[in-house]
Ligand binder design. Structure first.
Ligand SMILES: *[C@@H]1O[C@H](CO)[C@@H](O)[C@H](O)[C@H]1NC(C)=O
Ligand SMILES: *[C@@H]1O[C@H](CO)[C@@H](O)[C@H](O)[C@H]1NC(C)=O
Ligand SMILES: *[C@@H]1O[C@H](CO)[C@@H](O)[C@H](O)[C@H]1NC(C)=O
Ligand SMILES: *[C@@H]1O[C@H](CO)[C@@H](O)[C@H](O)[C@H]1NC(C)=O
Length: 527
């Protein structure tokens, strides 16, 4: 059966419908009754409009770039209480060519930001779509201070509330309930998706969860370790001109492990790079590391323990990651852990996160505010309900170690006593080689997999994680691989460079050794 995201029966588009649609939209607020909710605006947005978001907090600019709206939408903006001292600001975008599907979008970082780019992506595909500010406005954690309800919102409740309200509004507006409900998110959004699968299994039929920020306390503590590591390295800090030497060393030791010397590590967890190989031979002083510099490199790629308790896995090896860590974390303590520990864990704005003590990390782990850790391996309720989850993680992610996703898959397998062949029925994990954190990539961009509007090469479910999820839920056809597309110079305008099918865990890609590594036919998923 040919896959068509938009079944003809559900789409009726004409200028006549559009006028009626506009009228219904303008009167929607008066027909809704959701207790204590403030409707700030309900507006019709015509296809072809470029929406801008001038009132949005400046720290949210990554997610509120101008959006060209491709379908007529009814845009609903509202504020919903989540407790007597917390609320979430949310939007619902109702497209005129609605497919009957509902989709909730997630958040990023420690925000605070409606991801309008994701809302536009989903609404343009005919989903009635919600987005929320996750319980507080802006890319910071200041409002966590002395307000555990705001922390609860961030951990799970703003998404849960906004999805439930969004479903009600969708029903009211279109006169019938949604057919299937979906979730799309990456990073903190990936964690939110897993939170729903673990603890709120009835909310979504299909979840696409990328680069999840789960094992949250471990992740925050790991993220906080780089700044003091760099700051205290002194003469052992490798200067910038040596970073490419480390990249070259990683590639020299590991690039060929998958059979192709192409600058991409298909299976970085099999790379055991030893920086000692780069230590200067006697009499040499350039293009090599001192022992102390090699130790600093080793420390960057080390797991985090607190009093012998394993907290978070090491950054996986890959090109350009060392430089990213030095650049991202070198100047000041990373905002997310800094705000998390000051405002959510210790409720003390003056708390200094520069040198987190092991006992402070273990305290935060145990406190687990709002259930933020999101690392339960039991998703049996979600499975039993028949829901599906597609998990993906870029293999050159400098912000969240992709190894943590492998660890979670193994945890689910162990907890539920299910081998991969059985997990495949409802949970599939794809490792996206060449992809950095949810987007971008250091060498080749095999990251065009449809996880966001800006990463779409095709709507073909073999090449798009979102339409793959729709096909899985509605037709029972699960994705075996996800074809990734690399564009020349990582820009679509420059044209397709090559494609490669990403394997689902625990399979990994191996080059046959024949022909070009740019031909997807020459790769196989093996165990
Ligand atoms: C909805 O309509 C717009 C404008 O005609 C179009 O660009 C978009 O692709 C359509 N999407 C669907 C749901 O057909
Ligand atoms: C707010 O709700 C909590 C329970 O969640 C309750 O203990 C508290 O008294 C309420 N405060 C006010 C001002 O109503
Ligand atoms: C935080 O602690 C570090 C060392 O642990 C110190 O260098 C820094 O000045 C402190 N910051 C503040 C704002 O006190
Ligand atoms: C790719 O980018 C480089 C540097 O920006 C430029 O020199 C080159 O012409 C670009 N190639 C293509 C095919 O666009």
């Amino acid at each position: 059966m040919r896959f068509n995201l938009f079944t003809a029966a559900t789409i009726v588009a004409s200028t006549h419908v559009s006028a009626q649609f506009q009228k219904r939209c303008n009167s929607l607020a008066s027909r809704l009754f959701i207790p204590n909710t403030i409707f700030s605006r309900t507006t019709f947005v015509a296809a072809g409009t470029t929406l801008t978001f001038p009132d949005v907090d400046k720290t949210c600019e990554l997610f509120s770039r101008p959006q060209l709206i491709s379908a007529d939408i009814c845009r609903v903006m509202l504020t919903v209480p989540t407790s007597n001292r917390s609320r979430t600001v949310m939007e619902v975008w109702l497209p005129s060519n609605w497919t009957g599907r509902f989709l909730a979008t997630g958040n990023g970082g420690i925000g605070g930001c409606i991801q309008f780019n994701d809302m536009n992506y989903a609404a343009s595909l005919g989903f009635a779509t919600t987005g929320s500010d996750n319980g507080h406005t802006g890319m910071n954690g200041i409002r966590f201070l002395h307000n555990p309800d705001v922390v609860d919102d961030f951990a799970y409740r703003a998404l849960l509330t906004s999805a439930q309200v969004g479903k009600q509004i969708t029903w009211k507006f279109f006169g019938r309930p949604h057919s299937k409900s979906y979730y799309l998110g990456c990073s903190t959004g990936g964690r939110q998706g897993w939170k729903m699968a673990q603890d709120f299994p009835d909310e979504f039929d299909g979840i696409v969860a990328g680069a999840p920020a789960f094992a949250w306390t471990g992740l925050m503590s790991w993220g906080a370790m780089f700044f003091p590591l760099i700051k205290n390295a002194g003469a052992d800090f490798p200067p910038e001109h040596l970073w490419p030497i480390v990249d070259a060393g990683i590639l020299a030791q590991c690039d060929g492990l998958d059979g192709a010397v192409d600058g991409i590590l298909e299976e970085p967890s099999r790379c055991h790079f030893n920086p000692d190989a780069l230590i200067c031979a006697p009499g040499h002083t350039s293009s090599c590391l001192t022992r102390g510099q090699a130790d600093t490199v080793r420390a960057v790629f080390s797991p985090l323990f607190a009093r012998r308790c394993f907290m978070y896995p090491a950054l996986q090896f890959g090109p350009k990651l060392l430089g990213k860590v030095f650049q991202n974390y070198g100047g000041a303590q990373f905002l997310y852990p800094d705000h998390w520990f000051r405002f959510a864990v210790f409720n003390d704005p003056a708390f200094n996160t520069t040198m987190l003590a092991p006992d402070e990390i273990l305290f935060a782990q145990k406190l687990n505010p709002g259930g933020i850790n999101t690392f339960s391996g039991d998703v049996s309720k979600f499975r039993n309900r028949g829901s599906k989850i597609l998990h993906y993680h870029g293999q050159v992610d400098a912000l969240i170690s992709s190894l943590n996703s492998n660890r979670y898959y193994e945890l689910v397998s162990k907890t539920m006593k299910m081998q991969p062949a059985a997990l495949d029925d409802f949970y599939r994990f794809f490792r996206i080689s060449g992809m950095d954190h949810c987007a971008g990539g250091p060498v080749y961009s095999l990251l065009f997999i449809g996880n966001a509007g800006e990463n779409v090469a095709s709507l073909d479910p073999n090449q798009n994680v979102l339409t793959a999820m729709v096909r899985w839920v509605e037709q029972g056809v699960a994705p075996d691989t996800i074809m990734g597309t690399a564009y020349v110079n990582q820009t679509k305008e420059s044209g397709v460079d090559f494609q490669r099918a990403h394997c689902r865990y625990p399979f990994h890609n191996v080059f046959s050794g024949e022909g070009s590594f740019k031909d997807p036919e020459n790769w196989n998923c093996v165990l």
